[in-house]
Design a protein around this ligand. Structure first.
Ligand code: FBP
Length: 554
C-alpha cells in the first residue's frame, strides 16, 4: 500500500458515526431484554449448547461519563467470503477496546479460521489499522471458509488464545461462520474459561438477518455496485436494441441481492428463487415463461431485454434441488472415492447412487452443467453454485424453445443472448457510507459486548432506517438464531438463513410492478456509489431495508 489513489486518500479521512450509546466509549450501561429460545429445533439446540443456551438479549445505553475498564486482549478473524466494510469492523473494534483501556491489544488472525487453528497472527497497531479505515476487502488479514467442528481444532484455538492471554475472539462472518462462533463459545464455557466469543454479521448475500439482525454488512455496497452495472447494461440494451442480457447475481441461496437490484433498476425479468420453489415451478416452465417474454417483446419489435438470474436459483428449481441434495449426500459419504476416480468414470459411479428420478433429471442437463454440479463441495458440504452457469443453461433452453415456436410460426425474430456474472466485482468495493458506519459500529459494539462479559453473542445494531447517529445497539445470543439442518448427510445445528419472504414488503412491491417492467423499458440508472456530497445521495439505505422498515410503502 505504498501508493494510494486520491479517492482512497480522501476516503481514509471519513469518520464513521457511532450510535449514541457508544459515543462515550465502549464501556456502556447494559439492559437485559429477556431470555431467548432457538429459531427451531429447540430441544436439540438446548441440549447441544447447555452452557450458553437461553441467555438474554441485551441492549446498551450510554454511560453518563466515560469509564475505564481493565485492558483487553482480543483476537479478530475474517471468515467466509469477502464483504465491503470488514476493515471497518476491525477499526471499530480497535477503537472500542482502546476506549476501554489504552493498553488493550488487538491481534488479527491471518487467513480466516485456519489462522486461529495454526496460530498465525499479527498484532494490529494504530498505524496499521489507520491504513485500512473505510477501505474495501479483507486483505488486511485475508479469509478462509474452514469449518470449526472437530475437538482438536477447538483445542488448538483454545491453546493459541491462552498463549496470547486473550480475553475474547471476534469472528466476522456469515451464517456458517457465526455457527462456528457459537460452537467455540460453548466449548470455552464448558472448559470453565472466561474467554469470550462474539460474532459480527457479514455477507453480501443479505441472508444473515432475522428478527434480531436488520441486515448483514456488505449487502448495501455490493447491491449498489451491481445495480450500477445493471443500469449501464439496461441502457446498452436499449441503445443497441439487439441483445438479451442474462445477468447472474451472487447470492449462494437467497435472492435478496437479485431482488434489491431489481428494485433499483427495473429489469424486464428478475427470477426469485424462493418464489420458484414455493410455487413448485419446474425448469421447463421457467423456460416457457422466459421464451414467452422474449417472443412478446420481439412481437413489438424489441429484440432486447435484461433478465436477472440469482446464483442460488439452480438449487431452488424443485427437481434440480432434489438432485443437488442427493449429490451432496453422495459426496459426503463417498467424496474420497469420487475424488480418486478419473473424470470419465465419475458420472457412472455417481449415478449409481442417485434415485431414478434424479438420474433422469441429471441426464437431461447439458454436459457442462452436469460437470459443474459435480464440482468439489465447499467446506460445509454444499454444491458451489457460483460455478454453475445457470444463466447459460436458461438461455440455451430458451433458444431451443424459440426455435420450436418459430417452426410453429409463433416467433419470427432472432435471439442473441449476452452473459454476465456479477459477484466478485462487488465483494471488495469501498464500503458505502451505510456500510462504513454500520461496520465501524458493529466492531465498536463488539468491544462493548466483550467488556460486558458476554460470550456466544452476535453484535447487533438496530433502528437502521434512521440516520446513523440515531442507531441503537446491543447483542443477541447466537443460539437464538439456530436451528437443526441437514449438512453432509447429518443433522447439524446451524444459524438459520433468511430467504426472501414472499409475504414481505420488498417482494410484494416487486411483484406488483414486474409485469409493467416486462413489457416496457422502465429501466432505472442508479449510477455509482456516491461517497462525497449530498446526504440524499451518500447516506441513502437499501430499498429492501426501506420497504421492510415501512420507510417506503409497498
Ligand atoms: P459468505 O456467505 O461467506 O459471505 O459468501 C457469500 C458468497 O459471496 C456467495 O454469494 C457466493 O456463492 C460465494 O460467496 C462464493 O464463494 P467463493 O468466494 O468461495 O468463490
Amino acid at each position: 500500500m505504498d501508493k494510494i489513489t486520491d479517492f482512497e486518500q480522501a476516503r481514509l479521512l471519513y469518520i464513521p458515526q457511532l450510535p449514541p450509546a457508544l459515543q462515550h466509549g465502549a464501556a456502556v450501561e447494559e439492559r437485559c431484554l429477556g431470555a431467548t429460545v432457538a429459531a427451531g429445533g429447540e430441544e436439540e439446540i438446548a441440549a447441544l449448547f447447555p452452557e450458553i443456551f437461553g441467555l438474554p438479549r441485551v441492549c446498551f445505553d450510554q454511560r453518563a461519563e466515560r469509564a475505564e475498564g481493565a485492558p483487553l486482549a482480543v483476537g479478530v478473524v475474517f471468515s467466509g467470503g469477502q464483504a465491503p466494510g470488514g476493515h471497518n469492523v476491525v477499526s471499530g473494534l480497535f477503537d472500542g477496546i482502546k476506549s476501554i483501556n489504552g493498553a488493550s491489544r488487538l491481534y488479527g488472525f491471518k487467513n480466516g479460521p485456519d489462522g486461529l487453528i495454526a496460530n498465525k497472527y499479527i498484532e494490529l497497531d494504530a498505524p496499521l489499522v489507520d491504513r485500512y479505515r473505510n477501505t474495501g476487502g479483507f486483505d488486511m488479514l485475508c479469509s478462509s471458509r474452514t469449518k470449526l467442528e472437530r475437538q482438536e481444532q477447538f483445542d488448538a484455538v483454545f491453546a493459541n488464545a491462552a498463549a496470547l492471554a486473550l480475553s475474547a475472539i471476534v469472528i466476522i462472518g456469515g451464517d456458517d461462520s457465526n455457527t462456528n462462533a457459537c460452537l467455540l463459545a460453548e466449548d470455552f464455557a464448558r472448559r470453565g474459561s472466561a474467554l469470550r466469543v462474539v460474532g459480527c454479521p457479514k455477507t453480501i448475500d443479505g441472508d444473515l438477518k432475522n428478527e434480531y439482525i436488520e441486515t448483514s454488512f456488505g449487502f448495501d455496497t455490493a447491491s449498489r455496485v451491481y445495480s450500477n452495472l445493471i443500469g449501464n447494461i439496461c441502457r446498452d440494451a436499449l441503445s443497441a436494441g439487439k441483445y438479451w442480457h442474462f445477468i447472474k447475481l451472487m447470492g449462494r441461496s437467497a435472492s435478496h441481492l437479485t431482488l434489491e437490484c431489481a428494485l433499483r433498476t427495473h429489469p424486464n425479468v428478475a427470477l426469485i428463487s424462493e418464489e420458484i420453489r414455493a410455487k413448485n415451478i419446474p425448469l421447463s416452465q421457467i423456460v416457457d415463461e422466459l421464451a414467452a417474454v422474449v417472443a412478446a417483446r420481439a412481437g413489438e419489435g424489441k429484440n432486447f431485454g435484461v433478465a436477472l438470474v440469482p446464483e442460488g436459483l439452480i438449487e431452488f428449481i424443485p427437481e434440480i434441488g432434489v438432485l443437488i441434495d442427493e449429490l451432496n449426500d453422495i459426496f459426503a459419504k463417498r467424496g474420497a472415492r469420487i475424488d480418486a476416480l478419473e473424470d470419465v468414470d465419475r458420472e457412472s459411479y455417481i449415478t449409481k447412487y442417485l434415485s431414478a428420478k434424479s438420474v433422469y433429471v441429471y441426464q437431461s442437463l447439458p454436459e457442462r452443467i452436469r460437470f459443474q454440479l459435480c464440482a468439489e463441495r465447499d467446506p460445509h458440504g454444499n454444491a458451489q453454485v457460483s460455478v454453475v452457469e445457470t444463466e447459460k443453461l436458461l438461455a440455451d433452453m430458451v433458444r431451443e424453445r424459440l426455435r420450436a415456436m418459430m417452426r410453429e410460426g409463433r416467433y419470427k425474430a432472432s435471439f442473441h443472448p449476452a452473459f454476465h456474472f456479477l459477484g466478485y466485482e462487488g465483494r471488495c468495493a469501498a464500503p458505502s457510507n451505510f456500510d462504513a458506519n454500520y461496520c465501524y459500529a458493529l466492531g465498536y459494539n463488539a468491544a462493548a459486548l466483550i467488556a460486558a462479559g458476554r460470550s456466544g453473542y452476535i453484535s447487533c445494531i438496530w433502528n437502521m432506517e434512521m440516520p446513523a447517529c440515531e442507531w441503537k445497539c446491543g447483542g443477541v445470543p447466537l443460539t437464538a438464531m439456530m436451528d437443526m439442518e441437514r449438512r453432509k448427510g447429518e443433522m447439524k445445528p446451524v444459524i438459520r438463513k433468511s430467504l426472501v419472504d414472499l409475504e414481505g414488503a420488498p417482494f410484494k412491491y416487486f411483484a406488483a410492478r414486474r409485469q409493467l417492467w416486462t413489457k416496457g423499458e422502465d429501466y432505472l440508472y442508479p449510477g455509482s456509489i456516491q461517497y462525497f456530497g449530498a446526504r440524499k445521495l451518500c447516506d441513502d439505505i437499501s430499498e429492501t431495508l426501506k420497504l421492510e422498515k415501512g420507510a417506503l410503502r409497498a
